[in-house]
Design a protein around this ligand. Structure first.
Ligand SMILES: Cc1cc2nc3c(=O)[nH]c(=O)nc-3n(C[C@H](O)[C@H](O)[C@H](O)COP(=O)(O)OP(=O)(O)OC[C@H]3O[C@@H](n4cnc5c(N)ncnc54)[C@H](O)[C@@H]3O)c2cc1C
Length: 309
């Protein structure tokens, strides 16, 4: 149906971004394909090496999943900072990451976690890294007739530290600036770290050089200050009602500093990472699921048939 609808056809999931955009005349799709109730697109599978989340899984579903929280708690922390419960009951992961809105919180988190988006069209399936997906505000690597069907996340090492810190003017607001941080401590030194930023450029930003500052030594005031400086250096925010460009850059640095401190306080001794399955036989191959959504069974059904195939 998406292919038949041509360039102006769009999937609609929760509708909490698309409908406001249509009201503002920022989008004028000629055909809408409702994917919200497709069971085969919803569900959460936590495997030994990776986590697979169906694109139509709602933010509420992700918050409610205890197994997801146990494996990758930063997803719940981030989802809980999105809007309000009403939006989170409808808003989906696929809509949040597929929209290309730099204000959305999940894209930077997915970059931080090294997620892969599985994109499907009538002509087949391909995998696109969240780190390569975003091209400009509302421009992504998605081709006409293509949609995201699931998001695959390498399972973080047990004992990792994490934090998503978001500055917003009021409950329910988009970020003035936000930062996602994960890190692994072994013997007091940082074995691995990842940092990404929300709403301080046209796209989410992976702060790879900032993370590199932290790796290979114990966390210190000097390494954290260097990481903050590297993160601030890649921002290019515009001035808006949330503040001037300079203010938002500085707030990105403050969020990075806070997130590193919180991640450090949560980190235990990191265990070795489980080996990732080969991606050649499909994104979910080898990720034997341990659970479905545990808040109503929405994820049971076609999604797991697809996952096991
Ligand atoms: C008041 C309010 C406050 C909000 N605050 C925040 C916030 O703080 N942080 C935040 O992150 N979000 C926020 N949002 C956005 C909300 O989380 C959206 O619901 C979400 O970003 C989009 O998900 P959706 O399922 O509603 O997508 P839809 O609105 O249905 O779709 C959005 C876009 O993505 C496309 N799309 C949908 N599904 C797919 C798919 N599977 N593959 C490819 N493209 C797809 C659609 O065609 C459309 O272009 C807010 C929304 C509102 C109304």
């Amino acid at each position: 149906m998406l292919a038949a609808g041509g360039e102006d056809a769009r999937p609609i999931a929760g509708g909490h971004s698309l409908i406001p955009m249509m009201k503002l005349r920022m989008a004028a799709p000629t055909t809408l394909i409702d994917i919200a109730s497709l069971d085969e697109l919803a569900g959460i599978a936590v495997g030994p090496a990776q986590i697979v989340i169906g694109a139509a899984t709602t933010q509420h579903d992700m918050i409610s999943s205890e197994d997801l929280f146990a494996a990758c708690p930063i997803i719940r922390e981030t989802a809980e900072m999105i809007a309000d419960p009403q939006v989170r009951y409808c808003g989906t992961l696929g809509g949040n990451v597929g929209n290309g809105d730099p204000g959305n919180d999940m894209p930077a988190l997915m970059q931080c976690l090294g997620a892969i988006y599985v994109c499907e069209s009538a002509s087949g399936s391909r995998e696109v890294s969240a780190r390569d997906f975003y091209q400009a505000a509302y421009f992504t690597a998605l081709q006409p007739g293509e949609m995201i069907t699931s998001v695959c996340i390498p399972r973080p090492a047990q004992g990792h530290g994490y934090a998503y810190c978001k500055l917003k003017r009021k409950i329910g607001d988009y970020a003035t600036a936000a930062a996602a941080v994960t890190l692994e401590l072994v013997g007091g030194s940082v074995r691995d770290a990842s940092i990404a930023l929300t709403n301080v450029a046209d796209t989410p930003l992976l702060a790879a050089e900032a993370a590199q500052q932290l790796i290979g030594a114990p966390l210190s005031e000097a390494t954290i200050t260097a990481a903050v400086a590297r993160a601030e250096a890649i921002t290019a925010p515009s001035a808006d009602g949330r503040g001037s460009a300079e203010y938002r850059t500085k707030m990105a640095g403050v969020m990075v500093r806070r997130a590193i401190a919180l991640a450090q306080s949560r980190a235990g001794e990191a265990q070795p990472k489980p080996a990732m399955p080969s991606s050649s036989s499909g994104a979910a191959a080898g990720s034997a699921p341990t659970q479905t959504n545990d808040d109503g069974g929405k994820g049971k059904g076609g999604f797991f048939g697809w996952l096991k195939s």
